[in-house]
Ligand binder design. Structure first.
Ligand SMILES: [Ca+2]
Ligand SMILES: [Ca+2]
Length: 446
């Protein structure tokens, strides 16, 4: 022992705790919106930096570039974390400080955490769900009226933005500039989406929050959706239909509407066409020229023919035509998207009665018994195309016969002529004429 010596101690305080200590929580960032906080048995994904009380870093999820994923409050974590994460919001940042007996205690952990060390975790919570969770749906805007809501088996076209709970974007149909198209309720999309798209209206905006067990599970998918991630989809319903849909016809029938369009009739109409969301497709009103077709002749899509049948001149209808009665899955390049439902506002402007099914020419009265000799103007015992054509046109002009409306008369007459000229030598003899006239049920009959 040295007498009268002065002792110097340089003391560096590394750690201090008390057996009465509890977990200390200091929140230094709280998100504006916090609909839900961590409860016992929730599953969380978070990032952390772990340090000793003196600031020595012993572990970091950030350097591993992946979140720490675990259940909370049921003993999967050290006690200090099981307690310290409770009540946290997604997006919240907090510092959780715990005494060693709530951390790794007397033994410490490996070479990085010494015995009896207090621990400090700087935590940001990224994700939170409970295995008992269902999807949640938040309707953001609802069209009025909404005459129909989607059901299992409908085919839907929608846009979406997909993000994780902390707001990290992972996918968007908008970026591809095309809708996502699928049957719903049939397992073609993740379970949560299948459920979340039921009961929607055309035009609706809704947010669908899907826990991982109803999405991509513990594995996640691709590079952007981590395992056990909750997904947030903001969807906009463009349209939907059912494969069993027929043309939906609305409109008020004018009074004294007695003469209605039927198959074979030649009709002239105006239309304005849009998609269900109002996107313009086309209109006759721009040119002022009507669209003219023969009903049943396949000149327009089936849904349009069905929608026009039964209309009278002056009548207006709205036709909602599902894609299988319009342009199908293909659509029309650059004009109509595949599988799109179309809305036509039509007005019938003119209607000319067609001929009976299958006929292109009919006599209004009795047929002349001297048909052949009447046609054979120059009396050379054969009818050539000019004689034939002149004769038919004259009958039409005098009201004795009618050609099917809506077709080129010369083409009809040429067909009739070719039909009659059995040996195809370019002229019709009296024998050919009789032979043909004897056959029953043939079309374009004289
Ligand atoms: Ca002749
Ligand atoms: Ca001939």
């Amino acid at each position: 022992k040295l007498p009268d010596s002065i002792l110097h101690f340089d003391v560096l305080m590394l750690d201090i705790w008390n057996t009465e200590d509890k977990v200390q929580i200091k929140t230094y960032h709280k998100p504006e919106s916090c609909v839900r906080t961590v409860q016992v048995s929730d599953y969380v994904r978070y990032h952390y930096n772990g340090t000793l009380l003196d600031g020595t870093l012993f572990d970091s999820s950030h350097t591993r570039m992946r979140t720490y994923d675990t259940y909370v409050g049921i003993g999967w974590l050290i006690a200090g974390m099981d307690q310290g994460l409770l009540g946290m919001c997604v997006g919240e940042k907090r510092i959780i400080t715990m005494p060693p007996f709530l951390g790794y205690g007397e033994k410490g952990d490996g070479s990085d955490i010494p015995a009896q060390a207090s621990l400090v975790f700087d935590v940001i919570l990224l994700d939170l769900h409970n295995p008992k969770d269902e999807i949640t749906v938040e309707v953001q805007s609802l069209p009025d009226p909404c005459p129909r809501k989607s059901q299992v088996g409908d085919f839907m076209r929608y846009h979406y933005n997909g993000s994780l709970l902390d707001g990290t974007f992972f996918d968007s149909s908008y970026s591809r500039n095309r809708t996502y198209d699928t049957y719903i309720g049939k397992g073609y999309v993740i379970t949560g989406m299948d459920k979340g798209l039921l009961g929607v209206c055309v035009g609706e905006h809704r947010r669908i929050v899907i826990p991982p067990h109803l999405a991509y599970g513990e594995e996640g998918t691709g590079t952007k959706i981590p395992g056990s991630a909750v997904l947030v989809f903001d969807v906009h319903i463009i349209d939907f239909h059912n494969p069993s849909d027929i043309v939906e016809i609305t409109g008020v029938k004018p009074e004294n509407c007695t003469h209605n369009a039927k198959r074979g009739d030649f009709v002239k109409y105006h239309y304005n066409a849009t998609l269900m969301d109002g996107t313009y497709i086309g209109s006759t009103h721009n040119s002022g020229k009507t669209y003219d077709v023969v009903l049943g002749a396949g000149q327009v899509v089936i849904g349009m023919e069905q929608g026009l049948i039964g209309m009278c001149v002056g009548e207006k209808r709205r036709l909602v035509i599902p894609p299988h009665l319009a342009y199908g899955e293909q659509g029309v390049d650059g004009e109509v998207p595949g599988s799109a439902v179309l809305v036509f506002d039509v007005e019938l402007v003119d209607l000319e009665d067609g001929l009976p099914e299958g006929y292109m020419f009919v006599w209004n009265g009795d047929v002349s018994p001297n048909l052949f000799s009447e046609m054979d103007k120059n009396k050379d015992a054969q009818v050539d195309t000019t004689e034939f054509s002149d004769y038919i046109l004259q009958q039409v002009e005098e009201g004795k016969g009618r050609l099917a409306p809506g077709f080129e008369p010369q083409r009809i007459i040429q067909n009739m002529y070719d039909n009659q000229d059995r040996n195809k030598d370019g002229r019709i003899t009296e024998d050919e004429f009789k032979l043909k006239a004897d056959e029953a049920g043939s079309h374009d009959e004289l």
